[in-house]
Design a protein around this ligand. Structure first.
Ligand code: NAD
Ligand code: MG
Ligand code: MG
Ligand code: MG
Ligand code: MG
Ligand code: MG
Length: 339
């Protein structure tokens, strides 16, 4: 069993009195910055001018250009989009890192795939929350937290691990559990999980179900409720108590259908596809494709995104959600810049 650490296991004195620069103020950035501040740490924000800057200032932070923020910091947490990190790192972060400071990430992508090559005189660690940034903030405010992985890539001060753990505690993660990992494991499992299960898997499953029903002549509104809306209610039960808890709450008819039909949808063949996806992550083929896609100005990303937003499930969903204002959570990412 992996060792899961909680607040009682963590000594946060190593982080006391240190100045933390949060570079980027998006989904993770706003959450880390506010949680660290509420945990008593001094936080400055590094950003280019733009929408995020106004948001960070509105939230009471002092915002500096990235190079200025890095110069004064003992810990620099990079919370820029993964695809923007290498460029900003070269131009504004690398030349300004203080010797013996710590360079930190919330995802291992750029270190693991060598897009960012840190100097030898700084600590390098990751604290990767296993949840969306808006929940990192919301759960912290509720006295809870989102679990996180931590890992050390480079330890020059002898304190990298303790600083990482203290940081994890300060953003609330140690209330939920903090688990040691490596940059490789975090990167590969995170990319696999979001592609095959959490994001890619779930959206494809929902769309396939919706299309099957509507193509057979059923009303799109009914198909939407069945395949998308109810997903959250089922996932809440899974989150609270695993498969058994969800199956306890559904009818035995639904449970029997789950047993006999689930494996007809997701089967050995699906698992083989998942293994291919994992291979592409492990070999760097996925990373290479995504880096090139960005260098080309995202032609495929933008085209697919437009088509997806026009899918019939999105059209009917918008209309139905307008009639159910209570489903709209503050998590809706209104602050995000259009990239
Ligand atoms: P985001 O897109 O929500 O926010 C990025 C921020 O960076 C914004 O404030 C934006 O204004 C700023 N920015 C973008 N380009 C910039 C530039 N060139 N110079 C200066 N600022 C710039 O990003 P995110 O989703 O919070 O992801 C940040 C990191 O956290 C990534 O490494 C990601 O993998 C990781 N992560 C994200 C989540 C999540 O919930 N979104 C979960 C776990 C880990
Ligand atoms: Mg994002
Ligand atoms: Mg993830
Ligand atoms: Mg991810
Ligand atoms: Mg039902
Ligand atoms: Mg039952």
């Amino acid at each position: 069993m992996a060792k899961v650490l909680y607040e009682k296991d963590i000594n946060n004195t190593v982080l006391e009195g240190k100045k933390i620069a949060i570079v980027g103020y998006g989904s993770q950035g706003h959450a880390h910055a506010q949680n660290l501040r509420d945990s008593g740490y001094e936080v400055v924000i590094g950003l280019r001018a733009g929408k995020s800057q106004a948001k960070a200032e509105e939230d009471g932070f002092t915002v500096y250009p990235v190079d200025e923020a890095v110069k004064q910091a003992d810990v620099v947490m990079i919370l820029l989009p993964d695809e923007a990190q290498a460029k900003v790192y070269e131009a504004s972060i690398k030349p300004n890192l203080k010797e013996g400071s710590a360079l930190a990430f919330a995802h291992g992508f750029n270190i693991h795939y060598s897009q960012v090559v840190p100097p030898a005189n700084v600590d390098v660690f990751l604290v990767a929350p296993k949840g969306p940034g808006h929940l990192v903030r919301r759960t912290y405010e509720e006295g809870a937290g989102v679990p996180a992985l931590y890992g050390v890539y480079q330890d020059v001060t002898g304190q990298a691990k303790d600083v990482a753990l203290a940081y994890a505690q300060a953003i609330g993660a140690a209330r939920a559990g903090v688990l040691e990992t490596t940059f490789q494991e975090e990167t590969e499992t995170d990319l696999f999980g979001e592609q095959a299960v959490l994001c890619g898997g779930v959206t494809s499953l929902i769309k396939a179900g919706f299309e099957t029903l509507t193509e057979a002549g059923y009303q799109p509104e009914v198909a939407y409720f069945e395949c998308l809306h109810e997903m959250k209610l089922i996932v809440d039960l899974l989150y609270e108590g695993g498969l058994e808890n969800m199956r306890y709450s559904i009818s035995d008819t639904a449970q029997w259908g789950d047993f006999v039909s689930g494996p007809r949808v997701i089967n050995e063949e699906t698992k083989e596809r998942m293994q291919e996806i994992l291979k592409d992550v492990q070999t760097g083929a996925f990373a290479k494709g995504w880096i090139l896609e960005n260098q080309a100005g995202r032609p495929q990303f933008n085209a697919i995104n437009r088509a997806e937003n026009n899918h019939p499930i999105e059209q009917v969903g918008r209309e139905l959600r307008d009639l159910m204002p209570f489903v709209k959570q503050p998590i809706q990412d209104k602050q995000k810049e259009v990239k």
